[in-house]
Ligand binder design. Structure first.
Ligand code: NAD
Ligand code: ZN
Length: 371
């Protein structure tokens, strides 16, 4: 992929650009104009992101002639709820929102999902622009049109598909992201390499050495080295998968690699103990071990993946004291399980996965016990 090749999501219902650039937020007014998004702008952000980027962005948009309203939610997953959604509706309807207006979601996946669902539902749907500021949101949450909120009975149970008109990821915003959040995002980047892009995986393997700072702490190296290229390549995987399968009926399942075990770990440990990406890293390791146990991939793949995850600061060790039987029970209860068969996404080689629903529960149990 060449440096400035534009990424475009194309589904049966939508077509939109995904721009990944350092400093991209500075050019937001021009992008909005070229998409003819000329109504009022409803900027939604969170309490950690707005102070860094929100007010500057607002000023820039006003300077370009836009009417901008802004609203900030408390930072964190606990804001992704019906109560915050209700407050967004009151703010927008009370402020005279119109069908021709646009919601700007500036933040991580929490802001993107909540603001996205507000845009999907207010006045039966208005335009949405995703401005992701976490690595996870850039390579995953902001692209693909899934929006929604949590319910006391479970995560992401209420929502809608609502494709954005534009995704604009300004990689410079990652400089203020807490290092642990950044590391968690690397898990999804590495996942995209394993499931669909061997070249990305190799680039990740070589990047740290090539950055000329092999002894430097990775987070520090990241702050000094432009890695927009790598991030764009990881985003390209999501763009391709979503374009092939908008509604999660087919290929989109491959994004679930590492997540069958990962989700069970998050639930078993209590949400918030492990970050999502940290659970996915452990899940990728466990699932690659299952793939070796059924003869789908070599033990070398497991080692290579483990090495890369660890280079990017991610542990693959199964948390001690976690009951394997509880993990197994949680996996069998997952909403993606059909007729008691878990649909596993398993690596065959770096860059290629297979979907298998014929893995014996006993084999999974033994693999988990061996971790
Ligand atoms: N819609 C989808 O397809 C999809 C996919 C994956 C995940 N998600 C959702 O995404 C959410 C997780 O997203 P996340 O990991 O981005 O979490 P998040 O939005 O909570 O952001 C993580 C933390 O970083 C802070 N932050 C964000 N950007 C920052 C920046 N540039 N500088 C300083 N601080 C910053 C936030 O305030 C927050 O405290 C979950 O709710 C998950 O369900 C959705
Ligand atoms: Zn994920």
């Amino acid at each position: 992929m060449s440096h400035n090749e534009e990424l475009v999501v194309t589904t049966s219902t939508a077509r939109y650009p995904v721009i990944v650039e350092a400093g991209a937020l500075e050019r937001l007014p021009q992008h909005l104009a070229s998409l003819h998004l000329d109504g009022a702008l409803w900027l939604i952000s969170d309490s950690a992101v707005y102070p860094h980027y929100g007010s500057a962005l607002e000023g820039r948009l006003r300077g370009a002639g836009y009417t901008v309203h802004s609203h900030t939610i408390p930072s964190g997953e606990s804001s992704k709820n019906l109560n915050q959604l209700g407050q967004l509706y009151s703010w927008m309807l009370g402020g005279g929102v119109e069908r021709r207006d646009t919601v700007l979601a500036l933040g991580g996946g929490v802001v993107g999902d909540l603001a996205g669902f507000a845009a999907a539902s207010v006045l039966r749907g208005i335009a949405l622009v995703q401005l992701p500021t976490t690595l996870l949101a850039m390579v995953d949450a902001a692209v693909g049109g899934k929006t929604g909120v949590n319910h006391p009975l479970g995560k992401n149970l209420i929502g809608a598909f609502h494709q954005p008109r534009l995704v604009l990821a300004d990689t410079q915003t990652l400089h203020t992201l807490p290092p642990r959040e950044l590391r968690a995002g690397w898990a999804e980047v590495i996942k995209h390499g394993v499931i669909r892009d061997a070249g990305l995986f190799e680039q990740l393997e070589h990047w740290q050495a090539d950055s000329g700072a092999p002894n430097m702490d990775l987070d520090e190296a990241f702050r000094q080295t432009p890695i927009t290229e790598i991030i764009r390549r990881a985003v390209a995987v999501k763009v391709a998968v979503v374009s092939a399968d908008e509604r999660e009926q087919g290929e989109r399942i491959i994004l679930n690699y590492g997540h069958t075990v990962g989700h069970a770990l998050e639930a078993a440990m209590g949400y918030g103990t492990l970050l999502h990406g940290e659970a996915v890293a452990i899940g990728m390791h466990a699932e690659a071990r299952i793939a070796t146990a059924i003869g789908l991939c070599t033990p070398e793949l497991v080692e290579r993946q483990q090495q890369l995850l660890s280079t990017y600061g991610l542990s693959t060790a199964f948390p001690s004291g976690i009951d394997r039987e509880a993990i197994l029970a949680l996996m069998l209860r997952d909403k993606k399980v059909q007729r008691k068969r878990i649909r596993w996404v398993l690596p065959a080689a770096i860059g290629t996965v297979a979907v298998r629903d014929d893995v014996a529960v006993e084999l999974v149990r033994e693999t988990l016990l061996g971790l």
